[in-house]
Design a protein around this ligand. Structure first.
Ligand code: N01
Length: 543
């Protein structure tokens, strides 16, 4: 049985970055990846139009100045193929592949309390052991796949946006249906509309979206960013959400009507969903949020000419930013095409699939291809897929039955020597996630190196620490308007999921300070043992 100091599960942006960080500290690690390729969500989300809605300069690793200078992004918002190329380049550039095992889906991980060792079993039955288990499974990576009556009888092709096939799908002459109008559905709509015979977008909830203002990057622009990269990274690390611009400081209602309109207009054309930071109170104060929401509703309405469509496509049931908004490349304009129509499934819900297509309460939509762009079981979904067994045989699913409990988003009591990246209780989906990933990866590497040097064989967060942090996450969330809508921030995206606010909303900078504080206090909230608790308890019990 192969043994390493750390087993990392998942070879996406987080797993690779953790592998690099541990290597820098001389800690041996192996990454286990279910797919036949590295890249995580950027390997799987190959749908047409897939791109990141954070600027490429910022959606990239900051750990190597050479990498920053060598790599040349081509567009302001990078496409999925370009990000995947970047991830592969990083793996080669830093010789990471030798420690990555592909085609290895982890099905179970069990903690041996006597030996302080994790045993990980993959789908092929092979087991590996490690002192530490690090879960880098992604926060939006477990796809949510609806199951409608008759779905299996559909004679056409069913595709899931988050597990997009590698072969090219030809939409030419096809009648296509997209279910879901989050970022994925909105991004693919204008692209598929270009070749499909007809495209029907099935919308349950209208979503806020801003134009991407994407453009090729000029050599001058690239040179300018590269000349000042260190300062840009520093600013990002000290920002609320890890985005590369300076957020507004004056409150929404403290400026004149004209200045407010001008500021919103400027952000709208440049910042994507960073628009939310035009004023510091847009996500905190209802009046401020209403101003920003009304501005965006006006803008979205201007992009649609048909009055009936306008009413349907402009959101009316939640404030801007209380659910994840999108950044699109021509979504609203696509509905001006003769071959694109909207099916409002809030008004006329889907009744069933038939061999011919989708029957709603209104009519049968005849289709050749149906795409589920229905999102993810967010934040905890992927973490709870493998059976993870901690102290006393308790599984992580049992422990988190009423919602996740973590100390600083790092670890959970009863599961010694287990840590997670971008999990619940960390800024995760409320941040430019690569910033959060880097912060945690480096922090873990230092923590593990320190504990190794001190002879710690078992570390475990305490119930007091995890309850304290989990409560604090709720307190911070209540300061915001996130609680006013159902979303994947609060478990509202999956029926029956515990309704708990999961990401840390206090910002990237504040989170980083909390991590530093924890480390400076010799990893406060973690018990560190030079022998496994189980063994010392045995010794005590036996006199
Ligand atoms: O998923 P979503 P997504 N029947 O959850 C609908 C990241 N991402 O894949 O709102 C009918 O936002 C659901 O409707 P409702 C990014 O963080 C990033 O689009 O539940 N409809 C909603 O409209 C993003 O925010 C990029 O009423 C159903 C949609 O499906 C996150 O991933 C690109 C349904 C799901 O929207 C998720 O985006 C793509 C059902 N049974 C994704 N179930 C970047 O640019 C769900 N829906 C980085």
């Amino acid at each position: 049985m192969a043994h390493v100091e750390t087993l990392i599960v998942g070879a996406g942006l987080a797993g690779l970055r953790a592998l690099y960080a541990l290597g820098q500290k001389g800690i041996t690690a192996t990454v286990l990846e279910a797919s036949d390729e590295i890249g995580g969500v950027w390997n799987h989300n190959r749908y047409p139009g897939a791109r990141c809605d954070v600027e490429s300069f910022d959606y990239s690793y900051s750990f190597s100045e050479e990498l920053e200078q060598e790599w040349r992004w081509t567009e302001r918002y990078p496409t999925q193929p370009e990000i995947l190329r970047y991830i592969n380049h990083v793996a080669d550039r830093f010789d990471l592949r030798k420690d990555i095992v592909l085609n290895t889906r982890v099905e179970e991980a069990a903690y041996d309390e006597d030996r302080a060792i994790w045993t990980v079993t993959a789908a092929d039955g092979r087991t590996r052991t490690a002192n530490v288990l690090m879960l880098c499974l992604g926060q939006l990576s477990a796809p949510k796949i609806p199951s409608y009556p008759g779905q299996d009888t559909f004679a056409g092709k069913l595709i899931i946006s988050a597990i997009w096939p590698k072969e090219k799908i030809d939409f030419t002459g096809k009648r296509v249906g997209i279910i879901g109008t989050g970022s994925s559905g909105m991004q693919m709509t204008p692209v598929i509309a270009e070749t499909a015979a007809h495209l029907t977008v099935f919308q349950r909830t209208a979503n806020y979206s801003l134009p991407a203002a994407n453009a090729p990057l000029s050599d001058e622009e690239v040179a300018q960013v590269k000349a000042n990269y260190a300062a840009r990274r520093e600013q990002i690390r000290n920002s609320p959400s890890g985005l590369g611009f300076r957020p507004g400081k004056v409150k929404t209602l403290e400026v004149s009507d004209e200045d407010r309109e001008a500021a919103l207009e400027k952000s709208y054309h440049r910042l994507g969903f960073g628009f939310a930071l035009t004023f510091p109170d847009i996500l905190l104060n209802e009046e401020a949020n209403a101003v920003a929401s009304d501005f965006l509703k006006r803008k979205m309405a201007e992009r649609v000419s048909d009055p009936e469509l306008k009413k349907k496509l402009v959101p009316s049931d939640h404030g801007f930013g209380t659910r994840r908004p999108s950044v699109d490349g021509g979504y609203f304009e696509a509905f001006a095409r003769d071959n694109v129509s909207l099916a409002d499934i809030r008004e006329h819900p889907i009744v069933e699939f038939t061999p011919e297509g989708i029957r709603t309460e209104e009519k049968l939509h005849e289709l050749d291809i149906v795409i589920f762009a229905t999102g993810f079981d967010a934040i905890t979904g992927a973490l709870l897929k493998p059976r993870i067994v901690g102290r006393g045989g308790q599984t992580l699913a049992e422990k988190w039955a009423d919602g996740p409990l973590t100390h600083l988003g790092l670890a959970t009591a009863g599961f010694p020597n287990l840590v997670m990246v971008a999990g619940p209780g960390s800024p995760s989906v409320l941040s430019n996630v690569i910033v959060s990933i880097e912060e945690q990866a480096d922090w873990y590497a230092q923590m593990l190196a320190t504990m190794k040097a001190e002879g710690t064989v078992e570390f475990e967060t305490t119930e007091t620490a995890e309850q304290g942090w989990t409560d604090y996450v709720q307190v911070r969330a209540r300061e915001t308007l996130y609680g006013t809508a159902d979303s994947f921030y609060n478990g509202g995206e999956v029926a029956g999921k515990p309704r708990v606010f999961m990401p840390y909303s206090g910002g990237v900078r504040h989170y980083r300070l909390k991590l530093i504080e924890c480390a400076d206090a010799h990893y406060a909230g973690f018990e560190q043992r030079t022998a496994p608790l189980a063994r010392s308890t045995d010794v005590a019990a036996n006199g």
